[in-house]
Design a protein around this ligand. Sequence first.
Ligand SMILES: [Zn+2]
Length: 173
Amino acid sequence: MDVFKIPLTLKMEPRKTIRAQLVGEECIVQFPAAWAKRKKHLATMIDRVYWHLMAQNDIENLRKRVNQLNQIYFGFDYQDVHYHRQFGRWGSCSTLRNINLSHRLIGAPEQIRDYVILHELAHLKQFNHGKEFWALVNRTGYQPKMVRKEIALYGQKWQNEYYQWCRRILNVV
Ligand SMILES: [Zn+2]
């Protein structure tokens, strides 16, 4: 599913909160009638609920993949896996042993997402980017230098598509 191409239907309703749902291949957003004239606010809120929904929709997939990769390469203990709304970073690993991935990785090419997952899993053992850390990453067969280039390109592409997506939202509200 291409996260930027999902048809969006907006429904103004007598309600207090905004809600987004996937119905088949379509995203339905129900929003409070009181927001109809606050277009910028509405667009911002659609942006929030939409990406929250995309994350929800993909989280089980992500959890499964993290578990698989961890079993194949590491076997470390971790708490949980989440998508976060993050534009600056691709992933993080918290001291509470949670693996967090940027919402920009929803629907990303598998090898890019896998690399970020493996990178964060390796941080469960090594919190810095020292020699031991890279030894763990190398175990996976990925070549960080190459992947970093791919990630940078993917990031630019994502940013462009997101920009267009935001404009589309502003046009429909
Ligand atoms: Zn790192």
